[in-house]
Design a protein around this ligand. Structure first.
Ligand code: HBI
Ligand code: FE
Length: 280
């Protein structure tokens, strides 16, 4: 269903909006050069995203189509889960077209074009990650029939939004919620506060998450192949049924079965800094 898709109306952006993009872009690229997964940085390059100003979705989609067959389309804001999944299943990434105001530079609640496009789109140029996102959309549509959307939403949160990867290059970030945030891109990689646990699909699907501050827990994959393989090879019907028999896991809990890469001090939380601006 394409009922939410609207024109980007690129000509309607004013100079202040393009400048906001350029400011955010320069700040993130400086932070990410040694913190983001190589595939993320390659995506920025392949898609020519360093071109000044807010990207034009038509042009961006042409490059993306060539790389992996994905396109980027504009929507007015958050759309219902079913429509969101349906677009992903068809290799269309839906993005907000508005950009944050200067007073929101460090935090806003609704995803804007900088989060959606800078954060999410570079990895869609990676063939394996591109397939994972499509598999996620297909899994999302299936999860609706099982009443298990919340399980899949957790998987999205702990991978697509806040995922870390540990490859030959060491610990790197790839989640869009981290990559588009100046504060969290430093926190997720450099801080001794959060726990960093090895990726575990079933465990993630039982774990709550927080939307109001930096994460207390990050899950670390070995490769995008691992992510795709585990998602494609899992029969979600029996998995969801099984998970219903198991307790939920509190945000920063560490279980005896966890593979702990970093046991966090949780000092960020202990400071009681549930301050919206502390996100950045
Ligand atoms: N809509 N525009 C937009 N962007 C999102 O990231 C989004 C959405 N609708 C639903 C949704 N995300 C999530 O609920 C799913 O990932 C579970
Ligand atoms: Fe996002």
């Amino acid at each position: 269903m394409n009922k939410w898709i609207i024109p980007q109306d690129w000509n309607a952006y004013g100079p202040a909006e393009h400048t906001m993009w350029d400011t955010l872009f320069a700040r993130q690229v400086a932070l990410l050069s040694n913190r983001a997964a190589p595939a993320f940085l390659e995506g920025l390059d392949v898609l020519r995203m360093s071109k000044p100003g807010i990207p034009d979705f038509t042009e961006l989609s042409q490059r993306l189509q060539k790389a992996t067959g994905w396109s980027v389309v504009a929507v007015p804001g958050l759309i219902p889960d079913e429509d969101f999944f349906e677009n992903l299943a068809n290799r269309r990434f839906v993005a907000g077209r508005f950009i944050r105001k200067p007073e929101q530079i460090d935090y806003l609640q609704e995803p804007d074009i900088f989060h959606d496009v800078f954060g999410h789109v570079p990895l869609l140029a990676n063939p394996v990650f591109a397939d994972y996102m499509q598999a996620y959309g297909q899994g999302g549509l299936r999860s609706m029939r099982y009443g298990s959307i919340h399980r899949l939403a957790r998987l999205y949160w702990y991978t697509v939004e806040f995922g870390l990867i540990r490859d030959g290059a060491g610990l790197k970030l790839y989640g869009a919620g981290i990559a588009s945030s100046a504060g969290e891109s430093r926190f997720a990689i450099d801080s001794d506060s959060p726990n960093r646990l090895r990726f575990d699909l079933r465990r993630i699907m039982r774990t709550k998450y927080r939307i109001d501050d930096f994460q207390q827990n990050y899950f670390v994959i070995d490769s995008f192949d691992q992510l795709l393989r585990e998602t494609q090879d899992t029969d979600f019907g029996p998995l969801y049924a099984d998970l219903e028999t198991q307790p939920e896991i509190e945000i920063s809990a560490i279980l005896p079965t966890d593979q702990v890469l970093t046991r966090g001090t949780q000092s960020h939380v202990a400071r009681g800094s549930v301050d919206w601006n502390s996100r950045n």
